[in-house]
Design a binder for this molecule. Sequence first.
Ligand SMILES: C[S@@+](CC[C@H](N)C(=O)[O-])C[C@H]1O[C@@H](n2cnc3c(N)ncnc32)[C@H](O)[C@@H]1O
Length: 245
Amino acid sequence: MATSDGYSSRDLVYIHDDGFNSYALDAAPSILKALREHGIHNGLVVDLGSGTGRWVGELVNVGYECRGIDQSPEMVRYAKQVAPKVMFSVASIFESPLPKCRAVTSMGECLNYRFGDVRTSKAALKKLFQRVFEALEPGGVFVFDIATPARAPKANPRVHRRDGKDWAIVSVTTKIPGGLRRSMVFFRRYGEMYRRGTETHDLSLYPVADVLALLRQCGFRSRRLPAKGYFQEIPGMAWFLAEKR
Ligand SMILES: C[S@@+](CC[C@H](N)C(=O)[O-])C[C@H]1O[C@@H](n2cnc3c(N)ncnc32)[C@H](O)[C@@H]1O
């Protein structure tokens, strides 16, 4: 059973930031380079699924204005401390109005999660792409990643364990129709004790060709970006750059 929302645990948010923020931070120089190559050196950038705010924090430090949108109140609470100059809102990216902006970004499978009432599907993705297109100024770009069907384990569940100085997490990933399910149990140390939490996240997975077709239907000129040398190479993750010309 999928949770009705995700990252509702303060401990999971802490673990995400302490153990997994390198994904966003490693991607930051490549996305920044892409923005600059498109003549976007300042102005408003909207980040969809802004998480703990690491990427938008980098952006404001180099002169952009930023808005972060995330459905998790705990993520937003944390992000406000990481990036106090950024305006964040707690909302679904599939529903929240998007302001006029020069660029939209999204990283960390945010477009895949089946959180809340919104069932991610190709139709929902297309509506989101249309809204991003409308929000972007001419010449604006949309840079994002998405998890593809190759992200799901082929047969047996995939078990992943990780720990930090005061936390540990085990996730079990299984294939479900149209996507994957990640069941997590995590522990965070408080003094002598560990607090245990669980969350289950369901994700819809989209083939690269479908994503490119949807972007084209919405008016974007788009391409898949190479991962090697630019982003962390994670099996099944694909990066895209879509331009509003
Ligand atoms: C794996 S985290 C990535 C966070 C951040 N972008 C990063 O790279 O560190 C996924 C984030 O997407 C958010 N998210 C997922 N689905 C969402 C939705 N429909 N609307 C808003 N936020 C969403 C989650 O709350 C979470 O903060």
